[in-house]
Design a protein around this ligand. Structure first.
Ligand code: C2O
Ligand code: CU
Length: 515
């Protein structure tokens, strides 16, 4: 062994001991310095750093054909490709009928739809119709896996009010990855009772706004590394709207309707509008996840966790610019979780540029939709759903286990609680619910309409009222889960079946059956 001159074996032992003791002494300091530097950097603001230099891309409306059975047929092809995000290099992405995101599907209440979903991304996935009331086998959850180079053909009848829904993969364990790569799109439902006085020219004064956060590697590729200490999963610093970085939209009418969809993996946005002087501008909230509110609600901000939607109407003056900005969100968490879940971030998202003359549009109608008609007195049971760790009621998702059995044509209360100090949310398939209370208090006006996803703050609980109707299948479960995609993938998900009175739950079967 080589030894430096003058260093004896005994000296070497001492040196090792001294080095070891020093390392132990400095370890806490090293840890503290990492925490402090992360803490400082965890509070992000992009105000003033966003150029709004690209026009907003409007996802095309998906074409459709009518088949012999009178069904409206859509063809969707999930594919791999490259996308130019303006970073100087093409980025490898996934998309639907294109390289990133998918077309907007649109159908009317009462219509039969059939969708051919072809999987050309090279690995198994699924496609779920988030917010849709439909038979469990058509739902596109983890049991409706689409193997590579195969086509899945769900069909159902649209039977729910006008709403802004969306679609995304739901393969168990891979949802976060597949959504992050670009598989998602909007699904707009119309119904004939909808007022024509609401802005409704798609892409002009009725604008889809699909918001996602991304990180890019130095060579321009999507990076899904989670920030250190993030309790909720991936948080990116570049915001995309409909797949465009920092876009602007030219407004030509005095009112513009934005259909906001949080299609991010984990980020919770607190959307508001600011004028060029930095003043907050109010807007009208007209709809939430499951449809229009009974009346427009004037507000300065709307907080959306992943999967939630809001329809808002913004009034503009000729020649002005407004910025859609996400301000620090109220996560109801301790300072650590608040900060490391991105709750202290301020992010500029989209610029609205009003033309010098704006076409006049009708006044917003006072009455938008019927008040949700569920009654707590009709509830036949209260189920307790406890979110914590990566479990629900202490159990990890198991695709072969039915967790809850619901009888069709009944109303139920689900009490969802979050007991582990980190942010969670709750989403349930097949139904839209009404929030009875948040920690015992009447929910704020933005939470009084139809919802399918709700944020559940740490150490709080919500009581949800819902009615299960129409479709029964003892063998095909629907999902309920946290919609923070990392938590969902980790197993914070359960399964329920809807059965006929007296019927027992069966054995979940997957389509196609596992090899
Ligand atoms: Cu948006 Cu179960 O999903
Ligand atoms: Cu969660």
């Amino acid at each position: 062994m080589r030894t430096a001159p003058g260093v004896t074996t005994r000296n070497r032992r001492w040196l090792a001991v001294v080095a070891f003791v020093t390392a132990i002494a400095f370890l806490p300091l090293a840890v503290i310095s990492v925490v402090v530097s992360r803490w400082v950097r965890a509070d992000m603001s992009t105000v003033g750093a966003v150029d709004f230099a690209r026009p907003l891309v409007i996802p095309p409306l998906a074409g459709s054909a009518t088949d012999a059975g009178g069904r409206r047929v859509f063809d969707l092809r999930l594919q791999a490709g490259t996308t130019d995000f303006g970073l100087g290099r093409p980025t490898a992405t996934w998309g639907i009928n294109g390289s990133y995101l998918g077309p907007t599907l649109r159908a009317k209440r009462g219509e039969k739809v059939a969708i051919n979903v072809t999987n050309d991304v090279g690995e198994a996935t699924s496609l779920h119709w988030h917010g849709m009331h439909l038979p469990a086998e058509m739902d596109g959850g983890p049991h409706q896996m689409i193997r590579p180079r195969t086509t899945w053909r769900p069909s159902w009848t649209i039977d729910q009010p006008a709403a802004t829904l969306w679609y995304h993969p739901h393969l168990h364990g891979d949802t976060a990855k597949h959504v992050y790569r670009g598989l998602a799109g909007m699904f707009i439902l119309d119904d004939s009772s909808m007022s024509r006085d609401l802005p409704h020219a798609y892409g002009t004064d009725d604008v889809p706004v699909i918001v996602q956060d991304k990180s890019f590697t130095r060579d321009g590729q999507l990076d899904d590394h989670e920030p250190l200490f993030s309790p909720t999963g991936f948080l990116g610093e570049t915001i995309l709207v409909n797949g465009a970085v920092a876009p602007y939209h030219d407004v030509t009418t005095d009112k513009v309707r934005l259909r906001l969809l949080n299609a991010s993996n984990a980020r919770i946005y607190n959307f508001g509008l600011v004028d060029p002087a930095g003043r907050q501008r109010g807007f009208a909230l007209i709809g939430t996840d499951g449809g229009l509110l009974p009346h427009p609600v004037g507000t300065g901000g709307i907080q959306l966790s992943p999967g939630e939607r809001a329809e808002i109407v913004v009034s503009m003056r000729p020649g002005e610019d407004l910025v859609l900005r996400s301000r620090p969100a109220d996560l109801g968490a301790d300072f650590w979780n608040q900060r490391f879940a991105g709750g202290d971030d301020t992010l500029d998202i989209l610029q609205l540029r009003a033309g010098d003359t704006l076409a006049a549009t009708p006044e917003l109608p006072e009455r938008l939709a019927p008040t949700p008609d569920l009654k707590e007195a009709d509830a036949v049971t209260t189920r307790k759903i406890a979110l914590g760790g990566s479990d629900i009621n202490g159990r990890d998702m198991d695709m072969s286990r039915i967790d809850e059995v619901v009888t069709v044509d009944t109303t139920e209360v689900w009490r969802v609680s979050n007991g582990d100090g980190t942010p969670h949310s709750f989403h349930i398939h097949d139904v839209q619910f009404v929030i009875l209370d948040v920690d015992g208090a009447t929910p704020a006006p933005p939470l009084r309409g139809w919802k399918d996803t709700v944020y559940v703050a740490p150490n709080s609980s919500v009581r949800l009222l819902m009615r299960f109707a129409d479709y029964t299948d003892p063998d095909s479960p629907y999902m309920f889960h946290c919609h923070l995609l990392r938590h969902e993938d980790q197993g914070m998900m359960g399964q329920f079946v809807v059965v006929k009175p007296g019927q027992r739950a069966g054995q979940p079967h997957s389509h196609p059956p596992p090899n």
